[in-house]
Write a protein that binds this ligand. Structure first.
Ligand SMILES: Nc1ncnc2c1ncn2[C@@H]1O[C@H](COP(=O)(O)OP(=O)(O)OP(=O)(O)O)[C@@H](O)[C@H]1O
Ligand SMILES: [Mg+2]
Length: 390
């Protein structure tokens, strides 16, 4: 594992170097030799990362469209988390408040994506854990300790790096203390209780082969995320009740994202999270549903837009494919109708492009402009093509 060399103080990246790094990661450009070398010296030690929240947000902007508030919240949480680790390394006794985050937002709007991109930027491992599969230790299923073993394996047994990684607790809304009918869910509650300790930061023994080693979770950043399907109604209900008994006036909140910004601990407890559990996730951020314009924007502007992916694929057969604005609008409209966020874009594009991807490499067509008409009826385009070839 590469370590920082020399015994001097950490050589942080200068603002210009930071800009170069972000630009290169956003645009897939190679780094200058000097910067490459400097980063290599720092790479395995996240404590030496000096990203400001703005750097992280700016980098995310290249990939994650919309979700401005969530990008800021996550950028702040991540940047300061690594500052806290610096403190811990330099002054082991420092009392540290962890910036663990709870992300609330519907499916396919960028929760996991945002974290994947951050973990690539700051070069720390990201472990995504499906909480719906977690069970209390001793029961069949994945236990809470298994996630630490997975992290240890992911870092090839490098405990120092594993102890500074990010764990994304996906589907956190599936471990509830009660179901939607108000009946107790002991299994969900047990898992929450087991998670408390490691989220807070504790020395946990893990078994690796025949060895037992201690895994300290103090430096691990926990980000929990889920769709919380009934939460919107819980918040609305609370707000209305307060209005009736005269505590406040009703506000017309149309967007779910905005409504979620008014979330209280009480709402989350009513949903089925333990107060102690919520207390360990002090940053709560909401992601909004992606509108049709956002989906259009993703296709046009995200660095990893699926259209760029198709352009690159077909370029492998020396075929240039371009999409008109009208076709992009149509794709976004259909994807929006599916109600599965940006995931709808992939489904729609795959369906539409399958035949073209199959046929085009065997023709002598080298330029395809996907118009709205072609998008609506690719079959006709291919038939016309075959007729021309006959
Ligand atoms: N805001 C966004 N900007 C750009 N691309 C996005 C955005 N949201 C989602 N995507 C694309 O859609 C894919 C799926 O999104 P993601 O995995 O982040 O969903 P999620 O919010 O975690 O949903 P779920 O709750 O179902 O896990 C991403 O890999 C990415 O390609
Ligand atoms: Mg996800």
């Amino acid at each position: 594992m590469a370590k920082q060399q020399g015994s001097g103080s950490p050589s942080y990246l200068t603002p210009d170097e930071m800009k170069e790094l972000i630009k290169s990661r956003n645009k897939n450009l190679p780094l200058s030799e000097k910067l490459e070398e400097k980063i290599n010296l720092q790479v395995s030690s996240p404590t030496l990362k000096n990203f400001t929240p703005k750097d992280i947000k700016q980098y995310l902007d290249g990939y994650v469209i919309s979700q401005e508030r969530a990008k800021k919240d996550i950028a702040v949480a991540v940047a300061y988390h690594y500052k806290h680790i610096d403190c811990l390394v330099n002054n082991p006794g420092t009392p540290i408040k962890k910036n663990n985050v709870l992300m609330i937002g519907p499916t396919g709007v960028g929760k996991t994506y945002m974290l994947e991109k951050i973990s690539q930027l700051i070069d720390v491992p990201l472990l995504v854990v499906d909480c719906s599969k977690l069970t209390k230790s001793g029961y069949i299923g994945n236990s809470v300790n298994d996630m630490l073993i997975d992290l240890f394996a992911k870092t090839n047994g490098d405990i120092e790096t594993a102890e500074k990684s990010i764990i994304y607790l996906d589907e956190i809304d599936k471990i509830r203390t009660q179901n939607s009918y108000g009946q107790r869910d002991i299994a969900g509650q047990d898992v929450q209780v087991e998670l408390l300790k490691i989220i807070e930061g504790a020395e946990v023994p893990i078994e690796v082969g025949k060895k037992k080693i201690m895994f300290n979770t103090k430096g691990v950043l926990f980000i929990a995320g889920g769709a919380f399907p009934e939460l919107e109604n819980i918040i609305k209900k609370r707000k209305n009740i307060k209005k009736e008994i005269g505590f406040g006036k009703e506000q017309t909140v149309s967007k779910t994202g905005e409504l979620f910004r008014e979330i209280t601990t009480e709402d989350l407890v009513n949903y089925g999270l333990l107060p102690e559990f919520i207390g360990r996730l002090p940053v709560i951020t909401a992601l909004s549903e992606l509108k049709q314009e956002d989906l259009e924007n993703i296709l046009k502007n995200s660095q990893e837009s699926i259209l760029k992916h198709y352009e690159a694929e077909l370029a492998g057969y020396s075929i240039k494919i371009k999409f008109t604005d009208e076709a992009i609008r149509e794709i976004a409209k259909m994807a929006y109708g599916k109600g599965i966020g940006a995931r709808g874009l992939t489904t729609i594009c795959e369906n539409f492009l399958m035949e073209l991807k199959y046929e085009l490499p065997s023709t002598n067509i080298k330029n395809v402009v996907v118009t709205e008409e072609l998008f609506r009826n690719p079959q006709k385009y291919l038939e016309d093509l075959n007729q021309k070839n006959d």
